[in-house]
Design a protein around this ligand. Structure first.
Ligand SMILES: Nc1ncnc2c1ncn2[C@@H]1O[C@H](COP(=O)(O)OP(=O)(O)O)[C@@H](O)[C@H]1O
Ligand SMILES: [Mg+2]
Length: 343
């Protein structure tokens, strides 16, 4: 059996933001012990509200940040603290596509030049570069007429196509897509998703797809991991997560997907909304990190950190979820009853 393309074990990224010896602020625990696996040619969606730590996961995988704990393996090889030659492999095999298509393109470079730079950097022969630039542009659905344009002459969707072409220039195996459509108009988002899907099939790419837009996840991702305040709360096959979400956080996220068609109704779970806002990961709540916002929280949830339970193919990190008590339907009633009594 071949090793997964990406394997992350108990990954931690704590940011120390103290600027002098006199400061003693606790670290920002942006990523706090997460584990993920992505097999070849598959897509894992990493979802969760803003501030959950999703971008930090991707940036730590690609070594923009140094991991403060845990393990990252690429095709079975430990790349957590990469050696020089491993860094070269990471830089060509793993590519990160950012949310904002504008900030990644040099405004003073034509598209042709922007696409040529990574080819030069990875040693593609000079006489092959022209052809490769044209191929890459074509691959992302843009014609030759864009070659000598500047970024400001392109729409957001076109710029994101150029960014995807640039990422593909070095023939990567794994794309870390960090909210690749969030900055685009809704009509353009679907086209970029279609493009990513086609490219995955043509080039047998593996994706870590970060998003807080859940409406695309169900049809796009094989597996889904739900992240909150640096931890994974629920993880498993996308279909199972959407059909019967178990964690109160997942339930709340899924219940807030805007209704766009009748079929969407099918998988919208009943859920009470979460209370309040996401706290700072510098002062993450004790026990279960969700407990101050969770409609199902018990006293135990505020004191004890939840273990991960395996329910069929899904891992769920919640104390209040009990499979034998049919999840939360019964619990929901119980919680409501007590709250009415105490009022
Ligand atoms: N370089 C940094 N220094 C300090 N804190 C950071 C840094 N980068 C991210 N954070 C913090 O880490 C948390 C997670 O951020 P991020 O990974 O961007 O979340 P997401 O992508 O899910 O919105 C946030 O609270 C953010 O403020
Ligand atoms: Mg982010």
């Amino acid at each position: 059996m071949t090793a997964p393309v990406l394997e992350v074990k108990n990954l931690e990224k704590y940011f120390d933001t103290n600027t002098g010896w006199f400061e003693n602020k606790p670290p920002v625990k942006a990523v706090d012990g997460i584990s993920l696996t992505v097999d070849e040619g598959e897509t894992l969606a990493l979802i969760g509200e803003s501030g959950s730590g999703k971008s930090t996961v991707a940036e730590t995988i690609i070594n923009i940040h140094e991991a403060t704990g845990g393990l990252i393996r690429y095709q079975g090889e430990d790349i957590t603290n990469p050696l020089k030659e491993q860094l070269e492999t990471i830089r060509s095999d793993i590519q990160l596509v950012f949310q904002d298509p504008t900030s990644c393109l040099n405004p003073r470079r034509t598209i042709e030049k922007s696409l040529r730079v990574p080819l030069k950097a990875t040693g593609v022969a000079k006489d092959k570069r022209n052809q490769r630039v044209q191929e890459m542009l074509e691959r992302v659905g843009l014609t030759d007429e864009y070659l000598y344009k500047y970024p400001h002459e392109l729409s957001g969707g076109q710029k994101q196509r150029v960014n995807i072409a640039r990422a593909l220039a070095v023939e990567p195996r794994l794309l870390l897509l960090d909210e690749p459509t969030s900055a685009l108009d809704v009509s353009v988002q679907a086209k970029i998703i279609d493009l990513l899907r086609d490219l995955q099939e043509e080039l047998d790419l593996t994706y870590l797809f970060i998003t807080h837009d859940l409406s695309v996840v169900r049809n796009f991702a094989d597996e889904t991991a739900v992240m909150y305040l640096g931890e994974i709360q629920e993880k498993g096959p996308t279909e199972e997560i959407f059909q019967s979400p178990k964690h109160p956080y997942t339930r709340a996220l899924l219940s807030s997907i805007p209704v766009t068609s009748d079929s969407d109704e099918e998988y919208r779970p009943d859920s009470e909304p979460l209370r309040g806002e996401v706290p700072s990961p510098r002062e993450a709540p004790s026990g279960c990190r969700l407990h101050p916002r969770c409609p199902h929280a018990t006293e135990e949830c505020s004191m004890q950190h939840p273990d991960t339970q395996q329910v069929d193919d899904v891992e769920v990190q919640c104390i209040a979820y009990k499979e034998e008590s049919e999840g939360f339907e019964s619990l929901l009633t119980a919680t409501n009853d007590t709250s009415t009594e105490s009022q």
